[in-house]
Design a protein around this ligand. Structure first.
Ligand code: ZN
Length: 430
């Protein structure tokens, strides 16, 4: 556990000294001293783009294993609305709600304040996620980074994860490779001897290795068929995911949970004993428990069709995704400010916050999943895949795909001949 406390006073004193030395050198090389009084005695020093002299304490701590984003943010005892806004804004830039164990975060606190003005989390060696507690928003700051593309390959031993780790790679790469293909093939169905290749990024700052970046492409051969996943990202079009050779989205159009990382406190159960009503009553939803104020996200893109409140459901939001699927989120403390019926929301967009309004024993979201007008257990459903690439990006995607296939040294015609159809993949998965 690291714990560096630096007082701004010490820093300011050191800087003053430097400035005086500087002035002295200037003085010895020039006869004119009249400008000396105008010479600046302190110049601000910056850490993560923040002016250090403004803060009384700048303290660096380490993330403890298993800490979630919301736990970290709540530990600063800021205004709950600010904390909730920070979390919502950070979820747009973080890959996961769990923070990386042992990575540093730094508190910038002004004299006389209990709550820091800024907290800077460093998920890796080249980016910082900066939480601005004065405004309730967050932003990513990146250093001058160069990216190398590396090639790796291996053969599945006990499982894919272990094989990647046995090649001397780290968990981030193993996780990235799994994520790239897990929607296309069941990882548990892989056999010993299945082989794979991966193209991945390595980030460098001033020539120093700062770790693995994105997994750009994976080729996995299973039962003489190839699964190929190519990463493609166009943030301005809301595109960031893995696509197959035909340009079809390889990820699910539905997230499994409206509160990523939250535990299921009560499953969908048609014979459940109701904890508040004290009698048997079917539970048509899946409950996810999380602290009050935790953001609730829409599991898929769609249109807000209802924002309402009833005695049993409390405050809730209902979203229609297409002609088949609608989702509903109950017991919210509140919905997102300014959201109205008829608004369009994206997958993963925050729509409200966990609460316990209505019939609820504690803070949780009761997630209701409607299929053709009936409430079903979403965890049992065959769900549609993510949205396809927009027409205007398909050519760009194909160019990216071909670059990756070249890096994989792939025989394109052979790939097309050996390409598993979606039906074959589905059959193998079930
Ligand atoms: Zn429920």
């Amino acid at each position: 556990m690291r714990n560096n406390k630096t007082t701004a006073a010490v820093r300011a004193a050191a800087l003053t000294l430097l400035a005086i030395v500087g002035a002295f050198m200037l003085q010895s090389s020039t006869a004119d001293l009249s400008g000396l009084s105008a010479f600046p005695l302190t110049v601000p020093t910056y850490k993560f783009g923040l002016e250090q002299e403004r803060y009384q304490t700048i303290e660096t701590r380490e993330v403890k294993r298993g800490t979630s984003l919301s736990e970290l943010l709540q530990s600063f005892n800021a205004d709950p609305d600010i904390t909730a806004n920070l979390q919502a804004s950070a979820l747009r830039s973080l890959d996961a709600t769990k923070l990386v164990a042992e990575r540093p975060y730094t508190l910038f606190t002004r004299a006389g304040e209990d709550v820091p003005d800024f907290v800077v989390y460093e998920p890796n060696g080249y980016e910082q996620l900066i939480f601005d507690f004065t405004k309730g928003n967050s932003y990513v700051r990146a250093e001058e980074v160069t990216t190398q593309l590396l090639h790796g390959e291996g053969i599945v031993t006990s499982n894919l994860w272990n094989s990647v780790m046995e090649q001397g790679h780290n968990a981030k790469l193993a996780l990235g490779v799994q994520r790239a293909i897990e929607s296309a093939i069941s990882l548990r169905s892989l056999n010993k001897g299945d082989d794979y290749e991966m193209i991945y990024e390595r980030k460098l700052v001033e020539g120093k290795d700062k770790g693995v970046g994105r997994v750009k492409a994976v080729r996995l051969s299973h039962n003489k068929r190839d699964v190929i996943a190519i990463h493609f990202e166009r943030p301005e079009d809301g595109i960031n995911g893995y696509y197959n050779l035909a340009g079809e989205n390889m990820s699910s159009g539905f997230l499994l949970s409206p509160v990523p990382g939250a535990r299921i406190s009560s499953a969908y159960n048609l014979r459940r004993f109701h904890p508040v009503l004290k009698r048997r009553k079917p539970h048509y939803g899946t409950d996810y428990a999380a602290p009050r104020g935790t953001p609730i996200v829409s599991v898929a893109e769609g249109k807000v069709v209802q924002i309402s409140r009833t005695r049993g459901n409390g405050k809730f939001v209902k979203i229609k995704h297409d002609d088949t699927f609608t989702t509903q989120y109950l017991h919210m403390s509140r919905h997102v400010k300014g959201m109205r019926r008829g608004d369009w929301v994206n997958q993963g967009q925050t729509i409200g916050y966990v609460g316990s309004t209505g019939l609820a024993t504690g803070p949780h979201v009761c997630f209701r999943f409607w299929k053709n007008g009936k409430q079903v257990n979403h965890l049992n459903q065959e769900l549609p895949m993510g949205k396809p690439l927009p027409e205007h990006l398909i050519e760009e995607y194909f160019a990216e795909r071909d670059t990756m296939l070249e890096l994989l040294d792939y025989d394109y015609d052979a790939v097309l001949d050996g390409l598993a159809t979606k039906e074959e993949v589905d059959k193998e998965k079930s």
